[in-house]
Design a binder for this molecule. Structure first.
Ligand SMILES: Cc1cc2nc3c(=O)[nH]c(=O)nc-3n(C[C@H](O)[C@H](O)[C@H](O)COP(=O)(O)OP(=O)(O)OC[C@H]3O[C@@H](n4cnc5c(N)ncnc54)[C@H](O)[C@@H]3O)c2cc1C
Length: 263
Protein backbone atom coordinates (compact mmCIF):
# COMPACT_ATOMS: atom_id res chain seq x y z
CA UNK A 1 0.00 0.00 0.00
CA UNK A 2 1.16 3.55 -0.67
CA UNK A 3 0.08 6.29 1.71
CA UNK A 4 0.57 10.04 1.44
CA UNK A 5 0.25 12.33 4.45
CA UNK A 6 -0.38 16.09 4.10
CA UNK A 7 1.54 17.90 6.82
CA UNK A 8 1.64 21.60 7.55
CA UNK A 9 4.19 23.47 9.65
CA UNK A 10 2.32 25.83 11.97
CA UNK A 11 3.29 28.35 14.68
CA UNK A 12 3.56 26.69 18.10
CA UNK A 13 0.81 28.73 19.66
CA UNK A 14 -2.92 29.05 19.67
CA UNK A 15 -2.51 32.80 20.00
CA UNK A 16 -1.73 33.52 16.37
CA UNK A 17 -0.95 37.20 15.88
CA UNK A 18 -2.13 38.98 12.75
CA UNK A 19 -0.38 41.80 10.92
CA UNK A 20 -3.01 44.55 11.22
CA UNK A 21 -1.96 46.13 7.90
CA UNK A 22 -1.39 43.10 5.65
CA UNK A 23 -3.98 40.88 7.33
CA UNK A 24 -1.54 37.92 7.24
CA UNK A 25 -0.14 35.80 10.06
CA UNK A 26 2.95 37.10 11.84
CA UNK A 27 5.28 34.09 11.84
CA UNK A 28 8.59 35.74 12.75
CA UNK A 29 9.94 34.77 16.15
CA UNK A 30 7.28 32.13 16.70
CA UNK A 31 8.57 28.54 17.02
CA UNK A 32 7.01 26.13 14.54
CA UNK A 33 5.67 22.60 14.93
CA UNK A 34 3.97 19.87 12.94
CA UNK A 35 0.25 20.73 12.94
CA UNK A 36 -1.26 18.54 15.72
CA UNK A 37 -3.98 16.89 13.59
CA UNK A 38 -1.29 16.09 10.98
CA UNK A 39 0.70 14.25 13.66
CA UNK A 40 -2.42 12.07 14.11
CA UNK A 41 -2.63 11.65 10.33
CA UNK A 42 1.02 10.54 10.20
CA UNK A 43 0.55 8.17 13.13
CA UNK A 44 -2.44 6.59 11.34
CA UNK A 45 -0.32 6.07 8.23
CA UNK A 46 2.61 4.64 10.23
CA UNK A 47 0.26 2.24 12.05
CA UNK A 48 -0.91 0.92 8.67
CA UNK A 49 2.73 0.54 7.66
CA UNK A 50 3.53 -1.37 10.88
CA UNK A 51 0.65 -3.77 10.24
CA UNK A 52 1.25 -4.18 6.50
CA UNK A 53 4.87 -4.77 5.54
CA UNK A 54 5.72 -3.23 2.18
CA UNK A 55 3.59 -0.15 2.83
CA UNK A 56 5.33 3.16 2.17
CA UNK A 57 4.49 6.49 3.77
CA UNK A 58 5.30 9.76 1.99
CA UNK A 59 4.77 13.15 3.59
CA UNK A 60 4.01 16.25 1.55
CA UNK A 61 3.92 19.87 2.62
CA UNK A 62 3.66 23.30 1.03
CA UNK A 63 5.54 26.03 2.79
CA UNK A 64 8.78 28.00 3.11
CA UNK A 65 12.18 26.20 3.21
CA UNK A 66 12.14 26.06 7.03
CA UNK A 67 9.29 23.53 6.78
CA UNK A 68 12.09 21.01 6.03
CA UNK A 69 12.70 20.80 9.80
CA UNK A 70 9.14 19.60 10.38
CA UNK A 71 9.48 17.14 7.49
CA UNK A 72 12.69 15.74 9.00
CA UNK A 73 10.71 15.13 12.20
CA UNK A 74 8.14 13.20 10.14
CA UNK A 75 10.97 11.12 8.65
CA UNK A 76 12.38 10.52 12.14
CA UNK A 77 8.95 9.26 13.24
CA UNK A 78 9.07 6.67 10.46
CA UNK A 79 7.97 8.19 7.14
CA UNK A 80 9.86 6.86 4.12
CA UNK A 81 10.19 10.05 2.13
CA UNK A 82 9.19 13.69 2.24
CA UNK A 83 8.35 16.36 -0.33
CA UNK A 84 8.27 20.11 0.17
CA UNK A 85 6.46 22.32 -2.33
CA UNK A 86 8.35 25.56 -1.93
CA UNK A 87 8.62 28.56 -4.21
CA UNK A 88 8.00 32.30 -4.14
CA UNK A 89 5.19 31.60 -6.61
CA UNK A 90 3.30 29.70 -3.87
CA UNK A 91 3.38 32.68 -1.45
CA UNK A 92 0.09 34.28 -0.37
CA UNK A 93 -1.91 31.15 -1.18
CA UNK A 94 -5.42 30.84 0.21
CA UNK A 95 -6.90 27.36 0.75
CA UNK A 96 -7.95 27.16 -2.91
CA UNK A 97 -4.40 27.72 -4.22
CA UNK A 98 -2.88 25.64 -1.41
CA UNK A 99 -4.98 22.62 -2.34
CA UNK A 100 -4.24 23.07 -6.07
CA UNK A 101 -0.52 23.00 -5.31
CA UNK A 102 -0.68 20.06 -2.90
CA UNK A 103 -2.85 18.09 -5.35
CA UNK A 104 -0.30 18.76 -8.12
CA UNK A 105 2.47 17.43 -5.85
CA UNK A 106 0.42 14.34 -4.97
CA UNK A 107 -0.23 13.69 -8.69
CA UNK A 108 3.52 13.73 -9.22
CA UNK A 109 4.12 11.24 -6.38
CA UNK A 110 1.34 9.10 -7.98
CA UNK A 111 0.01 5.57 -7.35
CA UNK A 112 -1.35 6.30 -3.87
CA UNK A 113 -4.01 4.28 -2.05
CA UNK A 114 -4.83 6.60 0.82
CA UNK A 115 -4.14 10.27 1.49
CA UNK A 116 -4.31 11.23 5.15
CA UNK A 117 -4.65 14.89 6.14
CA UNK A 118 -5.42 16.59 9.41
CA UNK A 119 -8.96 17.79 9.95
CA UNK A 120 -7.76 21.34 10.50
CA UNK A 121 -4.62 23.46 10.81
CA UNK A 122 -4.31 25.37 14.11
CA UNK A 123 -3.32 28.61 12.38
CA UNK A 124 -5.57 28.91 9.30
CA UNK A 125 -8.29 26.84 10.99
CA UNK A 126 -10.50 26.46 7.92
CA UNK A 127 -10.56 22.63 7.59
CA UNK A 128 -10.91 23.17 3.84
CA UNK A 129 -7.63 21.90 2.42
CA UNK A 130 -8.19 18.13 2.87
CA UNK A 131 -11.61 18.08 1.13
CA UNK A 132 -10.34 20.48 -1.57
CA UNK A 133 -7.37 18.21 -2.33
CA UNK A 134 -9.83 15.31 -2.70
CA UNK A 135 -11.97 17.37 -5.05
CA UNK A 136 -8.98 18.36 -7.20
CA UNK A 137 -7.87 14.73 -7.46
CA UNK A 138 -11.43 13.47 -8.08
CA UNK A 139 -11.32 11.28 -4.97
CA UNK A 140 -13.91 10.45 -2.30
CA UNK A 141 -13.22 12.04 1.09
CA UNK A 142 -14.24 11.18 4.64
CA UNK A 143 -13.70 13.98 7.15
CA UNK A 144 -13.40 13.75 10.96
CA UNK A 145 -12.02 10.20 10.93
CA UNK A 146 -11.74 9.02 14.55
CA UNK A 147 -10.92 5.37 13.83
CA UNK A 148 -9.65 3.30 10.92
CA UNK A 149 -11.47 -0.02 11.38
CA UNK A 150 -10.50 -2.26 8.51
CA UNK A 151 -8.82 -2.39 5.13
CA UNK A 152 -10.54 -4.44 2.44
CA UNK A 153 -9.53 -5.00 -1.15
CA UNK A 154 -10.26 -1.66 -2.80
CA UNK A 155 -11.87 0.00 0.23
CA UNK A 156 -11.36 1.08 3.82
CA UNK A 157 -13.87 1.16 6.69
CA UNK A 158 -13.64 4.14 9.04
CA UNK A 159 -15.55 5.79 11.85
CA UNK A 160 -16.51 9.42 11.23
CA UNK A 161 -16.90 11.55 14.34
CA UNK A 162 -20.24 13.27 14.94
CA UNK A 163 -21.20 15.57 17.80
CA UNK A 164 -23.14 12.88 19.60
CA UNK A 165 -21.69 9.64 18.23
CA UNK A 166 -20.11 8.36 15.03
CA UNK A 167 -21.02 6.88 11.68
CA UNK A 168 -19.33 3.90 10.08
CA UNK A 169 -18.38 4.51 6.45
CA UNK A 170 -16.85 2.20 3.88
CA UNK A 171 -15.08 4.25 1.24
CA UNK A 172 -13.42 3.14 -1.97
CA UNK A 173 -9.69 3.63 -2.29
CA UNK A 174 -7.90 5.73 -3.36
CA UNK A 175 -9.47 8.26 -1.03
CA UNK A 176 -8.71 11.16 1.30
CA UNK A 177 -9.26 10.79 5.05
CA UNK A 178 -9.02 13.81 7.36
CA UNK A 179 -8.09 12.90 10.92
CA UNK A 180 -9.11 14.16 14.36
CA UNK A 181 -7.01 13.92 17.51
CA UNK A 182 -9.13 11.09 18.97
CA UNK A 183 -7.80 8.80 16.21
CA UNK A 184 -4.56 7.91 18.03
CA UNK A 185 -1.60 9.11 20.06
CA UNK A 186 1.28 10.11 17.78
CA UNK A 187 4.53 8.27 18.42
CA UNK A 188 7.79 9.96 19.35
CA UNK A 189 10.76 10.17 17.01
CA UNK A 190 13.25 7.34 17.57
CA UNK A 191 17.03 7.80 17.88
CA UNK A 192 17.61 5.60 14.83
CA UNK A 193 14.90 7.52 12.98
CA UNK A 194 16.56 10.84 13.81
CA UNK A 195 19.95 9.57 12.58
CA UNK A 196 18.38 8.17 9.39
CA UNK A 197 16.45 11.40 8.78
CA UNK A 198 19.56 13.53 9.25
CA UNK A 199 22.08 11.37 7.42
CA UNK A 200 20.25 9.37 4.78
CA UNK A 201 16.88 10.73 3.74
CA UNK A 202 16.71 14.09 2.04
CA UNK A 203 13.56 16.14 1.65
CA UNK A 204 12.74 16.52 -2.06
CA UNK A 205 11.93 20.14 -2.87
CA UNK A 206 9.66 20.95 -5.79
CA UNK A 207 8.69 24.30 -7.30
CA UNK A 208 5.80 25.11 -9.65
CA UNK A 209 7.69 23.83 -12.72
CA UNK A 210 8.39 20.49 -11.04
CA UNK A 211 4.66 19.91 -10.51
CA UNK A 212 3.59 21.38 -13.86
CA UNK A 213 1.68 24.33 -12.47
CA UNK A 214 1.65 27.60 -14.42
CA UNK A 215 2.46 30.56 -12.12
CA UNK A 216 -1.06 31.97 -12.55
CA UNK A 217 -2.46 28.83 -10.88
CA UNK A 218 -0.30 29.30 -7.76
CA UNK A 219 -0.12 31.49 -4.69
CA UNK A 220 -1.73 34.91 -4.43
CA UNK A 221 -2.56 35.05 -8.16
CA UNK A 222 -4.75 31.97 -7.82
CA UNK A 223 -6.32 32.96 -4.50
CA UNK A 224 -9.89 34.25 -4.80
CA UNK A 225 -10.05 34.93 -1.04
CA UNK A 226 -9.67 38.61 -0.20
CA UNK A 227 -8.88 39.31 3.45
CA UNK A 228 -10.66 42.63 4.06
CA UNK A 229 -9.69 42.91 7.71
CA UNK A 230 -8.21 40.69 10.42
CA UNK A 231 -8.23 41.61 14.09
CA UNK A 232 -8.26 40.22 17.58
CA UNK A 233 -11.52 41.18 19.32
CA UNK A 234 -10.99 43.38 22.38
CA UNK A 235 -11.64 41.62 25.70
CA UNK A 236 -15.22 42.22 26.79
CA UNK A 237 -14.56 42.97 30.45
CA UNK A 238 -14.36 40.83 33.56
CA UNK A 239 -16.48 37.75 33.98
CA UNK A 240 -18.45 37.34 37.19
CA UNK A 241 -18.17 34.20 39.31
CA UNK A 242 -21.35 33.25 41.15
CA UNK A 243 -21.16 31.60 44.53
CA UNK A 244 -23.53 29.72 46.84
CA UNK A 245 -25.46 26.51 46.42
CA UNK A 246 -26.42 25.26 42.96
CA UNK A 247 -29.99 26.50 43.50
CA UNK A 248 -28.80 29.96 44.64
CA UNK A 249 -26.40 30.26 41.68
CA UNK A 250 -29.07 29.13 39.20
CA UNK A 251 -31.57 31.62 40.68
CA UNK A 252 -29.05 34.48 40.49
CA UNK A 253 -28.07 33.50 36.94
CA UNK A 254 -31.70 33.45 35.76
CA UNK A 255 -32.33 36.84 37.38
CA UNK A 256 -29.26 38.33 35.67
CA UNK A 257 -30.21 36.88 32.28
CA UNK A 258 -33.76 38.22 32.69
CA UNK A 259 -32.33 41.63 33.61
CA UNK A 260 -30.40 41.67 30.31
CA UNK A 261 -33.45 40.37 28.40
CA UNK A 262 -31.52 37.27 27.32
CA UNK A 263 -34.35 35.03 28.59
C1 LIG B 1 -5.42 36.03 1.01
C2 LIG B 1 -4.68 35.05 1.84
C3 LIG B 1 -3.32 35.09 1.89
C4 LIG B 1 -2.62 34.16 2.64
N1 LIG B 1 -1.29 34.22 2.62
C5 LIG B 1 -0.59 33.31 3.29
C6 LIG B 1 0.82 33.33 3.24
O1 LIG B 1 1.42 34.20 2.61
N2 LIG B 1 1.49 32.38 3.91
C7 LIG B 1 0.81 31.40 4.60
O2 LIG B 1 1.49 30.52 5.16
N3 LIG B 1 -0.51 31.37 4.70
C8 LIG B 1 -1.23 32.28 4.05
N4 LIG B 1 -2.56 32.26 4.12
C9 LIG B 1 -3.20 31.21 4.89
C10 LIG B 1 -3.36 30.00 4.02
O3 LIG B 1 -4.33 30.19 3.06
C11 LIG B 1 -3.80 28.83 4.82
O4 LIG B 1 -3.00 28.70 5.96
C12 LIG B 1 -3.64 27.59 3.99
O5 LIG B 1 -4.32 27.71 2.77
C13 LIG B 1 -4.14 26.36 4.67
O6 LIG B 1 -5.42 26.58 5.19
P1 LIG B 1 -5.69 26.21 6.67
O7 LIG B 1 -4.51 26.63 7.47
O8 LIG B 1 -7.02 26.73 7.05
O9 LIG B 1 -5.66 24.62 6.62
P2 LIG B 1 -6.83 23.60 6.92
O10 LIG B 1 -7.72 23.51 5.76
O11 LIG B 1 -7.43 23.86 8.26
O12 LIG B 1 -5.90 22.30 6.97
C14 LIG B 1 -6.46 20.99 6.93
C15 LIG B 1 -5.37 20.01 6.62
O13 LIG B 1 -4.90 20.24 5.28
C16 LIG B 1 -3.50 19.98 5.22
N5 LIG B 1 -2.79 21.22 4.89
C17 LIG B 1 -3.19 22.51 5.03
N6 LIG B 1 -2.23 23.35 4.59
C18 LIG B 1 -1.20 22.58 4.20
C19 LIG B 1 0.10 22.85 3.68
N7 LIG B 1 0.52 24.10 3.47
N8 LIG B 1 0.89 21.80 3.39
C20 LIG B 1 0.48 20.52 3.58
N9 LIG B 1 -0.72 20.20 4.08
C21 LIG B 1 -1.55 21.21 4.38
C22 LIG B 1 -3.08 19.50 6.61
O14 LIG B 1 -3.18 18.11 6.64
C23 LIG B 1 -4.14 20.15 7.50
O15 LIG B 1 -4.30 19.48 8.73
C24 LIG B 1 -3.29 33.17 3.41
C25 LIG B 1 -4.68 33.17 3.39
C26 LIG B 1 -5.37 34.08 2.63
C27 LIG B 1 -6.86 34.04 2.63
Amino acid sequence: MKIIVCAKQVPDTNEVKIDPVKGTLIRDGVPSILNPDDANALEAALAVKDANPGTTVSVISMGPPQACTMLHECLAMGADDAYLLSSRAFGGADTCATSTTIAAGIKKIADYDIIFAGRQAIDGDTAQVGPQVAQRLGLPVVTYVQKVREFKKGSVVVERQLEDGYEVIEVKTPCVLTCVKELNTPRYMTISGIIKACEETQVTIWNENDVNLPPEQCGLKASPTQVMKSFTPAPKGKGEMLSGSITEMATTLIAKLNEKHVL
